[in-house]
Design a protein around this ligand. Structure first.
Ligand code: SF4
Length: 270
C-alpha cells in the first residue's frame, strides 16, 4: 500500500521509494530535518485549534493506519443516518477531542439510552462534523487528511496544512494525490492548502488559505499513471538509480549515506 509520503518520495527517486517501502530503517534524518518536522507539527496544530468540537482520529487509532478509512467512513456516514433519537448537542469546548473523549462525554448523558445509541444520537444532532487525520483509501493508496469538514449535504471541505511560507510545487503534488484519493471515496466541495502566512506580516492572521480544487481535478490522469509506475517499481528488486542532483531536491534524501556507500564500493571494486 502506498501512502502520501511514499508517493512524494517516489516522485523524487525510484530507489528512495523502494527503500521507503522495503528498508525504511536505512533512512537517516539530520537534526535540522527533525526540527523542521517539529515546526510543521506545531503549525498544523495551531491551525487545527481554530476548529472547535472536532474529532481527532489519531488520538484513538494512533499508528494503526489500516483502521483509519473504516473509522472515517463510520463517522461520516453516521451524521446522515436518520435517527428517532433527539437530545441536546454537547458543548465539547474548543479543545481537540479524541473519539474516546467524545465517547466518554456521551456516556452517561442519558440513563434511558444504551451506550451506542447515546453517541449516535448526539453525533446525529450535528449538521456538520470535523475530523482530524481522516483516512481514505483508493487504488491501494492511503491518505490521512489534516482537517476534513463534512457539510450538511455530505460534501467535504478539506484543509491540508503546510508550514512553509510559499505554495511550492511539492505542496501542490501532495494536495493533488490527496484530492485524487479522497474524490474517489466522497464528493469534495473544496480542497484548500494552508501555508504559513507569517503571523502579523501584511495583516495576515498567520494562515494563508488557497483553494486549489479546480487545479487538482485536472491532475487525476497524471496521478493514475504515476501510481501505476510506482507499483511496478515495487514489484521488482531495488533500482540501481545513480545519485545526482535529485538526491537534494526538492528534499534532502535520507538515504544519501546508503547510496554513497554503494558508490564507494563500486569505485573500490570497479
Ligand atoms: S540518495 Fe539519491 S539515488 Fe539514493 S535513494 Fe536517495 S535520491 Fe535516490
Amino acid at each position: 500500500m502506498l501512502s502520501k509520503s511514499k508517493y512524494i518520495r517516489g516522485l523524487q527517486c525510484d530507489r528512495a521509494l523502494w527503500l521507503d517501502v522495503y528498508n525504511p530503517r536505512l533512512a537517516k534524518y539530520t537534526r535540522e530535518q527533525m526540527q523542521r518536522f517539529d515546526r510543521g507539527r506545531d503549525f498544523e496544530y495551531a491551525f487545527k485549534s481554530t476548529f472547535p468540537d472536532s474529532i481527532d482520529l489519531s488520538a484513538e487509532l494512533k499508528r494503526n493506519v489500516d483502521a483509519y478509512p473504516a473509522r472515517t467512513a463510520e463517522l461520516l456516514d453516521r451524521i446522515h443516518t436518520p435517527s428517532p433519537l433527539r437530545g441536546t448537542p454537547p458543548n465539547l469546548g474548543g479543545e481537540l477531542k479524541s473519539v474516546a473523549a467524545v465517547d466518554e462525554h456521551y456516556l452517561g448523558s442519558s440513563p434511558k439510552l444504551g451506550e451506542g445509541d447515546r453517541r449516535e444520537a448526539v453525533v446525529e444532532e450535528c449538521e456538520t462534523i470535523t475530523l482530524f487525520e481522516a483516512g481514505f483509501l483508493y487504488d491501494d493508496v492511503l491518505v490521512l487528511a489534516d482537517v476534513v469538514l463534512q457539510n450538511p449535504d455530505g460534501t467535504l471541505d478539506i484543509y491540508e496544512v503546510k508550514s512553509g511560507t510559499a505554495l511550492s510545487d511539492t505542496y501542490r503534488r501532495d494536495a493533488a494525490l490527496q484530492h485524487y484519493v479522497i474524490s474517489h471515496c466522497r464528493p469534495i466541495n473544496k480542497f484548500c492548502v494552508v501555508y504559513n502566512g507569517l503571523d502579523g506580516v501584511n495583516g495576515s492572521n498567520g494562515f494563508n488559505v488557497v483553494d486549489l480544487t479546480e487545479e487538482l481535478e485536472e491532475q487525476h490522469g497524471e496521478i493514475t499513471r504515476n501510481i501505476a509506475a510506482m507499483k511496478d517499481i515495487l514489484r521488482h528488486g531495488e533500482p540501481a538509480t545513480p545519485t545526482g542532483q535529485h538526491c537534494l531536491e526538492p528534499y534532502a534524501c535520507p538515504y544519501q549515506h546508503y547510496c554513497a556507500q554503494g558508490v564507494r564500493q563500486m569505485s573500490l571494486f570497479g
